[in-house]
Write a protein that binds this ligand. Structure first.
Ligand SMILES: [Zn+2]
Length: 251
């Protein structure tokens, strides 16, 4: 898969990952089921923290190829379009790189193979934080279903953080590639009702909208829908927020 070349260049940069002032650059890996999930879940935080010196990376587990109701669109045509849309959205936000695992959309299942691929990216990117979906909630506020792919990607991401990426003898084949175990320090789960951490994204909310609009196959000129979701991000005082369940594993 094409991610390999990017991963190799990332590994080459590994040694030099500091600000020049002896302070280590903080990296974040966003693990999602589909193209566009990352923008919905933490696009504002990615844009904001990237400006503050963080490096954000995205790992997209499925190809998003079922995401169209247009009879003229086929999964074969849609998958590469969604990949390009994801790259364009990432550029808007200042995300450093995007990796794709290309599992079939709607068919994501928990497997040793998927877990190993997420662990491998964690060991390579060596993030301080992993951002992902809520794997626990199935029905949200009696009004919508947390997509099965989302639950799967969230659970795999969390299991990859702990204990798999930490343990030397989990996926020991990575050692042969020079990929050492890695302790992720924090998990941020975009959450419907268990949030304990809020990021004020007011300064970058338009950027988040622009990034979502890059997903043209999903929203077209769908400004109405995006206005609707934008209103949902706003609190009583008029500030725009992203809410997370933050889990601190290591200090
Ligand atoms: Zn999704």
């Amino acid at each position: 898969m094409e991610r390999t070349s990017s991963l190799e260049s990332l590994a080459a940069e590994e040694a030099g990952a500091d600000t020049g002032e002896g302070q280590e650059v903080k990296r974040a890996l966003v693990v999602t089921a589909h193209p566009d999930d990352s923008e919905f879940g933490c696009g504002g935080t990615a844009a904001l923290w990237s400006r503050q010196g963080w490096e954000f990376y995205q790992l997209i587990c499925s190809n998003g190829a079922k995401g169209s109701a247009d009879p003229a669109m086929t999964p074969e045509r849609l998958a590469p379009l969604r990949r390009e849309e994801q790259r364009a959205a990432a550029r808007r936000l200042g995300v450093k790189d995007v990796f794709f695992l290309d599992y079939e959309d709607g068919e994501l299942t928990y497997s040793r193979e998927l877990l190993g691929q997420v662990v491998r990216h964690i060991r390579l990117i060596r993030p301080h934080a992993v951002f992902t979906h809520d794997p626990e909630t199935v029905i949200v506020r009696d009004s919508f279903v947390n997509h099965a792919d989302h639950r799967c990607a969230g659970l795999v991401a969390i299991d990859a953080v702990y204990p798999a990426a930490r343990d030397r003898w989990n996926f020991p084949e990575h050692l042969k590639e020079g990929l050492e175990p890695h302790n992720v320090k924090e998990i941020y789960i975009w959450s419907y009702d268990k949030a304990n951490f809020t990021v004020d994204i007011t300064d970058v909310v338009e950027l988040k909208i622009q990034a979502l609009m890059e997903h043209k196959t999903q929203f077209g000129e769908g400004t109405e829908f995006l206005q609707y979701v934008k209103d949902r991000w706003r609190d009583e005082s008029g500030r725009y927020l992203e809410r997370f369940r933050r889990v601190v594993l290591f200090r």
